[in-house]
Design a protein around this ligand. Structure first.
Ligand code: FES
Length: 162
């Protein structure tokens, strides 16, 4: 779906209510996996709000992204509890396995890697969150298995689509 059609559809869902701007942006991102510039400009025009406000919101909320995100979003908690339990080793392993740094996306766009600050499951640290699913008590070995599992899932999905 092109950006304008998508924006029209989402804005209609929220009856053009500019108070719902965060939900509107989340819905657009849900479809596109990021917030394209063209879509933001059109949202601003349709809701009659400055586009700079949309960029401020997009930068403020960690869940929003102005850059294309990977199909599998891998978030490594680097909050204090996870940090003392070895979050940096988990992050090193993920960087090594995926070949990217935090904030980047793999070339085939299948994985995106990010660090986050406390996801509220400190007792289970170190914690990794993949597409909203929490994985606790992580170890470098478990990271390898997790990446393999999601890579396989991705390949199966691609096969089905082909
Ligand atoms: S510090 Fe990682 S879940 Fe709280």
């Amino acid at each position: 779906m092109d950006n304008k059609t998508l924006v029209d559809k989402v804005i209609e869902k929220y009856q053009g209510d500019s108070r719902e701007v965060l939900e509107i942006l989340l819905d657009i991102q849900g479809e596109k996996r990021y917030l394209p510039k063209e879509a933001l400009n059109y949202v601003a025009e349709k809701l009659d709000i400055p586009v700079t406000r949309l960029y401020r919101i997009a930068k403020f909320y960690e869940a929003l992204s102005l850059k294309p995100m990977g199909e599998c979003q891998v978030h490594v908690c680097t909050g204090t509890a996870c940090h003392v339990r070895g979050a940096s080793r988990i992050l090193d392993e993920l960087e090594h396995q995926l070949g990217i740094d935090p904030g980047e996306v793999t070339e085939d766009q299948s994985f995106g890697l990010k660090t986050v600050n406390c996801v509220g499951a400190c007792a289970l640290g170190p914690v990794v969150v993949v597409n909203g699913e929490h994985y606790g008590n992580m170890s470098a070995l478990k990271v390898g298995k997790l990446v393999k599992e999601y890579s396989k899932e991705q390949k199966d999905k691609e096969k089905k689509q082909a």
